[in-house]
Design a protein around this ligand. Structure first.
Ligand SMILES: [Zn+2]
Length: 350
């Protein structure tokens, strides 16, 4: 067994609070911490503190007009960016520490050849260069794109070949938009069928453009997909990652695909998150992981399973996993075949 490096402080639990009931709230941090304690993981964790950054550092990722707009809203707080995305009087604090953490720990992971997982909020993968991404109606709780910020910090240092794996149940439309035309980043985004879920993008034929063609990979799971459907993809993901051969792996870790987490119709159990974690570890690259979604049981059960696998713990909490209804399973297999046919133009996959 080995220790896991987690980055957290109460700056993420005490700041950025909604005025009305909202799934993205400070209680998420308590759920994650309680889950880690309940599963006996606390003794396997090396805790690191978040690092404070500056708002202007997001100009690496976001358009100046958007950054100025957010600064203005931060001054007017409490207010809303859109019907899904709020800004409170303490949001600035949470944002500064998310920014500094994303930038500095991505570099630290690279320099140390280590693995670090930042448990922070608000999430980021729906934030595009100018806010709403790819025509989405809202920013889906996200203000600045943490994983994109991590990637750009590495690119600035001359790192080329960054693999981003996004397993939040929603499509990371912001991240896709930002890296759609580059081969410096390969994005593998696993999500519920976008015909059935916000942000309604992330189809299998959205493959990238120009130099980026073939480097944007959407893995689509029908609603009610369980662990068995996800595992259909593990070999494909590993094949893609190995051929791309990145210098660094970045992960947008969302736990909202856990059955009954609340916002999606995926049906993962702990087995899915344990398996994803094993897959990521097996790539054996410097890795920086940032929390995206997960609102209930996903944080209490899925996140600890993910951390347990990072700690090379046995599979004490993993049962047989969830089985997908036969009709849905065959739909998932047909999407898998179609996707492989598209990807075969660029990669050796099966
Ligand atoms: Zn999500």
């Amino acid at each position: 067994m080995s220790n896991v490096n987690l980055i957290y402080s109460d700056v993420f639990r005490l700041n950025h609070s909604p005025r009305v009931r909202h799934p993205e709230n400070p209680g998420r941090m308590r759920r994650a911490l309680t889950g880690l304690a309940r599963h006996g993981l606390k003794s396997f964790i090396n805790w690191y503190l978040p690092i404070e950054g500056e708002i202007d550092e997001v100009l690496k990722v976001h358009a100046k007009g958007y950054v100025d707009y957010v600064k203005d809203l931060l001054n007017k707080a409490p207010c809303d960016i859109d019907p899904d995305t709020y800004i409170s009087s303490t949001t600035l604090n949470a944002l500064k520490y998310s920014i500094g953490t994303a930038i500095n720990y991505a570099l630290k992971a690279y320099n140390d050849r280590g693995m670090y997982f930042a448990i922070l909020r608000p999430p980021g993968h729906h934030a595009g260069r100018g806010g709403k991404a790819l025509g989405a109606l809202t920013q889906g709780f996200c203000i600045f794109n943490n994983i994109a910020l991590a990637a750009f910090s590495l690119i600035e240092r001359g790192v080329s070949g960054i693999l981003i794996i996004d397993f939040d149940a929603h499509h990371g439309n912001g991240t896709q938009e930002i890296f759609y035309e580059t081969d410096q980043v390969m994005l593998i985004d696993i999500h519920q069928d976008p015909r059935t879920l916000y942000p309604f993008t992330g189809r299998i034929n959205e493959i990238g453009l120009g130099r980026g063609e073939g480097y944007n990979i959407n893995i689509v799971l029908p609603p009610l997909s369980g662990d068995d459907v996800l595992s259909l993809w593990f070999n494909t993901i590993t094949d893609l990652a190995k051929q791309y051969s990145p210098e660094v792996v970045l992960v947008s870790a969302g736990f909202d695909g856990f059955a009954n987490d609340g916002l999606t119709e995926l049906r993962y159990t702990v087995k899915a998150f344990y398996g994803l974690s094993k897959l990521i570890s097996s790539l054996n690259k410097p890795t920086f992981i940032v929390l995206e979604g997960g609102y209930g049981i996903g944080l209490e059960e899925g996140l600890p399973a993910f951390v347990a696998a990072l700690a090379s713990m046995e599979e004490p909490m993993v049962g047989g996993g969830s089985r997908t209804p036969p009709g849905i399973l065959s739909e998932a297999m047909s999407i898998h075949r179609e996707t492989i046919a598209i990807l075969s133009k660029y990669w050796r996959v099966k």
